[in-house]
Design a protein around this ligand. Structure first.
Ligand SMILES: [Zn+2]
Ligand SMILES: [Zn+2]
Length: 236
């Protein structure tokens, strides 16, 4: 009898619950079906940098910025726009240590990324945090998102090739020019790299962080860099 009760209570405790509305989770996720279908999926985006474009925009186009100044990476893929509730969820993950959110969002990313038209990378590399920032926060949100992606897509997770040398101030407080110099030399790779690498990050705003990391990885010998982010900020 006790066993039976503990089985039942365990089932109730472990049953996924929607992180947004508290209803029962669906498809093994901590999100109910209604809230999942309501997430701000990007419908049309720049093929290169994933910035959301107006729906009337032709598919397969590059945004004006990528046409004049192509980025150091091949493609950025982002399932969601950085709008409510994604912005709240990602901030909650980062600043309130709600690591369960990374599991849910990482799984959603993995499902979305499962069948890319131009194949999968050889490995994935979460944007490294500076050791001081890591101590202060206690975890790296990009690594937490990368775990479920690595598991589902069976891709090696690279946490050793690259280090963050400088603890850069938050990019949002800086101008475009300051951002660039703020990040120059922020990452270091000590060995020769090869193959195709996807960089994992939580959100891409101006893209200057992943740009600098992509440049560093390319200089170290990586043949192709893709960017996989949970949410893309920018105009629509
Ligand atoms: Zn819900
Ligand atoms: Zn673009």
């Amino acid at each position: 009898m006790i066993d039976q009760w503990s089985n039942i209570s365990q089932h109730i405790l472990l049953a996924p619950v929607c992180v947004l509305c508290g209803d029962r989770g669906d498809a093994g996720l901590d999100l109910c079906r209604a809230c999942r279908l309501d997430l701000p999926v990007i419908k049309v985006a720049c093929e290169r940098c994933a910035i959301p474009l107006p729906v009337a925009h032709h598919r397969g186009r590059h945004c004006g910025h990528c046409q004049t100044e192509p980025p150091a990476f091949e493609h950025c893929l982002a399932p969601f726009a950085y709008h409510a509730p994604l912005d709240h969820l990602l901030q909650d993950l980062k600043f309130n240590r709600r690591l369960a959110l990374a599991r849910t969002l990482g799984r959603l990313m993995a499902r979305w990324l499962e069948d890319p038209t131009d194949g999968l990378p050889d490995r994935i590399l979460p944007v490294p945090l500076h050791p001081a920032r890591l101590r202060e926060r206690g975890f790296n949100q990009s690594l937490e998102l990368a775990h479920p992606i690595s598991q589902r897509l069976k891709l090696p997770l690279d946490t050793h090739s690259c280090r963050r040398l400088r603890n850069t101030p938050p990019q949002a407080e800086l101008s475009a020019r300051q951002r660039h110099s703020n990040l120059k030399g922020a990452f270091a790779v000590e060995k020769k790299l090869g193959g195709r690498i996807a960089i994992i990050d939580d959100v891409m705003t101006t893209g200057s962080t992943v740009q600098e990391l992509a440049r560093t990885l390319r200089d170290a010998g990586a043949t192709q860099i893709d960017i996989w982010v949970c949410a893309r900020a920018g105009r629509i």
